[in-house]
Design a protein around this ligand. Structure first.
Ligand code: XBP
Ligand code: MG
Length: 227
């Protein structure tokens, strides 16, 4: 039986990747770099998960040496200011699903490669000051040695929840996330985001445009199709 729903953050809870992209570009500019990550390039760069790793990979591809840690910290300051200003909303159905889970005795949790501060600023800006308390486990980029597609972050979430993979449903938006979730045996719902639409989600249990449709439609409910 299903005991928990585990959410990815970027692209799944909200279309935050566009805000990350803008924050990266602003940080590059403020550090005197002439790098501009347009949308097509950013889609490709998302194959490298983790903002610091993404900067490092790009710098390497350009043959340029940069202070990756400083650049990334600055990017996250810009990002968090944007999020705290209320510029991003949750994707359709996300808030309803979290509420539905909690009302029905299902635990909710988060497993993400993004930085912990980014998770809390998004939760607080969209679900309120105490939103972090809704989740039984929140594991983020700082908690792991290897980011998705490595399953480490989801292994930590399952250990926190004291649950095995098959008793959890994971909501993801990317192939790297899907691989990580499947590696720990979770069932998976994919809601492709603007940066992952059209990707190949082979192995996913269910692919939905977003979480809004099934929850507003009594005849189609992800639980009944997955349990
Ligand atoms: C997607 C990511 C993140 C963000 C940037 O993470 O790859 O790295 O692009 O966040 P998710 P940081 O698992 O939430 O979809 O700069 O904080 O790393
Ligand atoms: Mg994601």
């Amino acid at each position: 039986t299903l005991r928990a729903v585990v959410f990815d953050v970027d692209g799944t809870l909200a279309e935050t990747e566009e805000t990350h992209r803008q924050a990266f570009n602003q940080a590059f500019k403020e550090h005197g770099l002439d790098w501009v990550w347009d949308r097509a390039l950013y889609r490709a760069l998302l194959n490298v998960t983790g903002g610091r790793e993404r900067i490092a990979a790009f710098a390497h591809s350009q043959g340029v040496e940069v202070d990756t840690a400083t650049l990334h910290a600055h990017k996250n300051d810009i990002y968090n200011n944007k999020i705290r200003s209320g510029s991003v909303e949750l994707r359709p159905g996300v808030a309803d699903l979290i509420r539905h889970c909690r009302e029905n005795g299902l635990v909710v949790a988060i497993g993400t490669t993004t930085s912990r501060a980014n998770v809390y600023s998004l939760l607080e800006a969209t679900l309120g000051q105490e939103a972090g308390n809704l989740f039984a486990s929140i594991r983020a980029g700082e908690d792991v040695k290897r980011k998705k597609p490595d399953p480490e972050v989801y292994e930590l979430v399952l250990a926190d929840l004291k649950l095995d993979g098959p008793s959890c449903l994971c909501v993801e938006d990317s192939c790297n996330g899907l691989i990580a979730a499947r590696a720990v045996g979770m069932r998976t719902v994919i809601t492709p985001s603007i940066y992952t639409s059209g990707d190949d989600f082979a192995g996913a249990d269910l692919i939905l445009r977003n979480l809004g449709q099934p929850w507003s439609s009594p005849e189609f409910n992800p639980y009944t199709s997955l349990i």
